[in-house]
Design a protein around this ligand. Structure first.
Ligand code: AHG
Ligand code: MN
Ligand code: MN
Length: 342
């Protein structure tokens, strides 16, 4: 792991500028956008860390577009990210979990569209368990009119120009990709800077951890039930039984999966017929990260990033993680699909 350059630490800002310099025609706008997100992340991280003493824990009293109760930190994170993006006039439109429709920014001429899950894992806020922020960045297509429209945001995940997440855990880390591998940074709170901790993160091809909310077992498809039983069987060669880990903050579960390998699953169920997690600001950005690290992400039938979106808040089932684990669950789903249909 090459953490230092010329024996000194590399900050997120430096790293972004160095990466940009490798592309002679680059305008620097995407770099600025990533730095804006980095700044908002530091402010959110500061607030998360003092949440208990500043009366920012708990419900705000309203519900969001999905009928879920909104936490004060959800709103705070949403506002910080949007106002940070507004500063540099590069982003024309934001789509956030916390806003029903699109949010047009003053910089309507900006060429970037940004999706946000400002605070992921809200149910863990009040119990001091890791939470995160997720972002996904697209470009406007030049053929569209100056007035930015929602349909412009309905692009498949393969069109993301950058994506990443911030994890507010035992330390605050930021991971992002622009399609050239995944870089990982850790916030040093004493100097207020994200410091490069890994340049090209690679997910193991095979992992021995499975991550799923087993409370919904009774309403899973037969293939998934059989796969989870397979994970629990003993087999030395494949490291089974696997360990079960489920944090309930997708960012945290995916971060662990990225580092240690294994699989994270949020399937469809009776309660969530289309899955629970949101395609555009949870599944696509985290799939981009995992794929860039050498892993896989599917909805059980096709690659997540190939899904053509119909709406900005749509949900999808997801099977994501180490290549071998995802291929194995796909085999199970395929094998038992016919049996179940009979
Ligand atoms: P959010 O807090 O942004 O609404 O997301 C919560 C999501 C995700 O982070 C997590 O993986 C999942 O909800 C957990 O859902 P269950 O409680 O149904 O397992
Ligand atoms: Mn979320
Ligand atoms: Mn959220």
């Amino acid at each position: 792991m090459d953490l230092k350059q010329n024996d000194r630490l590399v900050t997120l800002e430096e790293f972004i500028i160095q990466s940009q310099n490798r592309f002679p025609g680059a305008t620097g706008e995407l770099s600025q956008l990533l730095r804006d997100i980095g700044l908002a992340a530091k402010i959110i991280s500061r607030e998360v860390n003092k949440a208990g003493i500043t009366n920012i824990l708990g419900n705000e009293g309203s519900t969001n577009v999905h009928g879920e109760s909104v936490k004060k930190l959800d709103t705070f994170a949403d506002q910080q990210l949007i106002s940070s993006l507004e500063r540099s006039s590069i982003t024309c439109m934001v789509i956030s979990e916390e806003n029903d429709g699109i949010v047009r920014l003053r910089s309507s001429g900006g060429k970037y569209i940004v999706y946000l899950d400002p605070l992921d894992g809200s149910s863990n806020i009040d119990v001091n368990v890791s939470i995160g922020s997720i972002f996904s960045i697209y470009m406007r297509e030049p053929r569209f009119d100056p007035a930015v429209e929602e349909k412009e945001a309905l692009q498949p995940g393969t069109r993301q120009v950058a994506a990443g997440y911030v994890l507010y855990g035992s330390s605050t880390t930021l991971s992002y990709t622009t399609g050239l591998g995944v870089s990982l940074f850790t916030l040093d709170p004493s100097i207020g800077e994200f410091i490069l901790t890994e340049r090209k993160v690679q997910i193991p091809d095979h992992g021995t951890i499975y991550s799923i909310n087993e409370g919904s077992y009774n309403s899973w498809d037969l293939g998934l039930k059989k796969y989870i039983k397979y994970c629990q069987e003993e087999d030395q060669e494949t490291g089974r039984p696997y360990s079960a880990r489920y944090i309930g903050s997708m960012v945290a579960d995916i971060h662990r999966t990225l580092i240690k390998g294994g699989i994270f699953i949020y399937p469809h169920s009776k309660r969530y017929p289309d899955g629970k997690l949101r395609l555009m600001y949870e599944c696509n950005p985290l799939s981009f990260i995992i794929e860039q690290a050498g892993g896989m992400a599917t909805n059980g039938k096709k690659r997540i990033m190939d899904i053509k979106p119909d709406s900005i808040h749509q949900r999808t089932p997801i099977y994501i993680g180490s290549k071998e684990n995802v291929e194995m669950v796909m085999d199970f789903l395929f094998e038992y699909a016919e049996e179940e249909a009979v």
